[in-house]
Design a protein around this ligand. Structure first.
Ligand code: AMP
Length: 282
């Protein structure tokens, strides 16, 4: 496994790859790697000749200073995990390599900016758009892999690729969960044991809501019940629980079993903000 921290070094590898017509699978991450990240890496190794993983905690996508400061950094552990997975290349840039100067560019993803994550994390998706564009331009992958766990991020990235004609494909990998259903996340390690228990309210509410919708209950009734259960749990603070189109993020007021939809949730558990989602396909 080769670890590199600048663009010039990568280009020497990249040219070799190009000459041998090998496909490049790319998995961008912010490190503190877990089984969810490994699913993306496995998908890349299955489909592409070589796999590149990047680790970079992108400061400009954090709208909350404390969240950025407390974001776990476990580089040595990450590198040994990536070695075990037989990843070919790891891009581990410094902040100065990625941002020699603060970017003046910003993205506006229209409707996607105004709802759910866009509404509650102003500037987040612009920061995601900038780092992902930079990484695509540096790595030049054939296929980039993203997790369904961050469903709205997937919609943003597909839009970015479409609008800017990035010459690559996007593959989406299903959410990896703990046995009890909690979606794996680097932020889970910041939960106390009691908060870890309460965090199950996210997935349990999603499952309950999906089941109730499929048995004919109205979305408003379902959502009110879920909101109430979050209100009754003092360790949680619900930000949103919404029914949306999984690609456009049109927010639905009613459930239509003939339309593709997904339920998305964001809630604080203690001081840790968690998100999750569940698809309901016709
Ligand atoms: P992050 O390091 O949190 O920025 O995540 C890097 C990539 O891993 C993103 O594409 C995430 O959607 C994906 N990811 C994070 N958690 C999971 C999970 N539990 N299952 C599948 N993919 C995930």
């Amino acid at each position: 496994m080769q670890v590199f921290n600048n663009e010039a070094k990568w280009h020497t590898y990249w040219i070799k790859t190009l000459q041998t017509h090998k496909s490049i699978g790319f998995v961008p991450t912010m490190g503190a790697l877990h089984e969810g990240h490994l699913e993306l890496i496995k998908a890349s190794k299955k489909t592409c000749d070589i796999t590149v993983v990047s680790i970079f905690v992108n400061p400009i996508q954090f709208n909350n200073a404390e969240d950025f400061e407390k974001y776990p950094v476990l580089t040595d552990q990450d590198l040994s995990l990536l070695r075990q997975e037989e990843v070919d290349y790891v891009f581990l840039p410094s902040k100065e390599t990625i941002y020699p100067e603060s970017p003046v560019l910003s993205f506006n993803f229209g409707h996607l900016e105004n709802v759910l994550e866009g509404e509650f994390r102003p500037g987040h998706f612009s920061g995601v758009g900038i780092i992902v564009s930079k990484l695509f331009n540096i790595i030049r992958p054939t296929i980039a892999f993203f997790g369904q766990k961050d469903l709205q991020q997937v919609a943003i990235i597909k839009r970015l690729v479409l609008d800017l004609s990035f010459p690559l494909k996007i593959k989406v990998v299903p959410t990896k969960r703990e046995q009890d259903g909690l979606a794996l996340s680097s932020r889970n390690m910041r939960l106390s044991s009691i908060e870890r228990e309460k965090a199950l309210l996210l997935i349990n509410s999603l499952i309950q809501a999906k089941n109730e919708l499929l048995t004919g209950k109205s979305w408003l009734e379902v959502r009110n019940k879920v909101r109430q259960s979050f209100e009754e749990e003092p360790l949680t603070q619900l930000e949103y629980f919404e029914l949306v189109h999984p690609e456009t993020f049109e927010v639905f007021r009613e459930f239509d079993p003939h339309k593709k939809s997904a339920i998305c949730v964001a809630s604080f558990v203690g001081i840790v903000r968690l998100i999750d989602n569940l698809s309901i396909n016709p």
